[in-house]
Design a protein. Structure first.
Length: 222
């Protein structure tokens, strides 16, 4: 498999960093080809604007999706965006590694989606959901929380984590056509003992061995 792993965490030594490296090492050891985007290390700019493009369709009024469709026709994406789009187009499996921040992805990853999932190139017209551009490819979230498992069930303190993740799994990944695998979740790593955290990393390193046989996860619809 061609695996594209994206990391959104500002600290290299974080547990998220450890999970990212665990995945990269495990997939590589399993004979898979791996490409990565460590967004903070790359100093990825998450703010959208005219700098997304080297082409201009309308110099008087900036409408991002119009410029995206034009850039799709005219090979007009800026280098940082083109590089990321090509990695998404290249992969069979995309993994997003991130800490849950405010019930969502950290801003740097949200901005990556805003800029990289471009109309025309990655979705558009009827090329969405089951007919999406990335139909036949798979994606998976790997995330950590601050809260413990009981906080993330329906009726719990924070509520159903699957519902919290739906804007990401349904509104981003499935929207552009990816089949979504069950998320890898570590609840409250900071509350765990060192040995428990090590054990979870060891268990995660096993997942690539059978991931090709995994069935899609039911992310739920609105
Ligand atoms: C802006 C913001 C918004 C947030 N919103 C939410 C929210 O909506 N919901 C929620 O539940 N939480 C929220 N949080 C909390 C956040 O989700 C957690 O702090 C985060 O998920 C923990 O992951 P981490 O990688 O940052 O952990 P870290 O604190 O980096 O790591 C946890 C522990 O793991 C250790 N560790 C690192 N590497 C290894 C290794 N190789 N082996 C063993 N141990 C290791 C570290 O030393 C540390 O002791 C928020 C936090 C912020 C900053």
């Amino acid at each position: 498999m061609k695996v594209f792993a994206v990391l959104a965490h500002p600290e290299h030594q974080s547990f998220n960093g450890a999970m990212f490296r665990t995945a990269v090492e495990a997939f590589t050891a399993g004979g898979h080809e791996v490409r990565t985007s460590d967004l903070h290390a790359m100093q990825f700019d998450p703010v959208s604007g005219r700098h997304n493009f080297i082409t201009v369709k309308d110099p008087d009024y900036f409408k991002q999706q119009i410029e995206e469709m034009h850039a799709t026709e005219a090979y007009g994406f800026a280098e940082d965006i083109e590089n990321e789009i090509q990695k998404v187009e290249w992969c069979d499996l995309m993994i997003w590694q991130f800490p849950l921040w405010w019930f969502g992805v950290p801003g740097i990853l949200k901005g990556w989606v805003d800029r990289v999932f471009a109309m025309g190139r990655t979705y558009g017209g009827d090329r969405i959901y089951g007919n999406g551009v990335f139909k036949g490819r798979r994606a998976m979230l790997s995330l950590t929380t601050g809260g413990p498992p009981p906080a993330y069930v329906k009726g719990g303190f924070n509520g159903d984590l699957n519902a919290i993740l739906r804007p990401i799994q349904r509104g981003m990944l499935q929207f552009v056509g990816f089949e979504v695998l069950a998320p890898q979740i570590v609840y409250g790593p900071v509350r765990l003992e060192q040995g428990q955290r090590t054990g979870l990393l060891t268990a995660y390193a096993e997942r690539p061995k059978a991931i090709q046989d995994e069935k899609p996860f039911d992310v739920g619809i609105y």
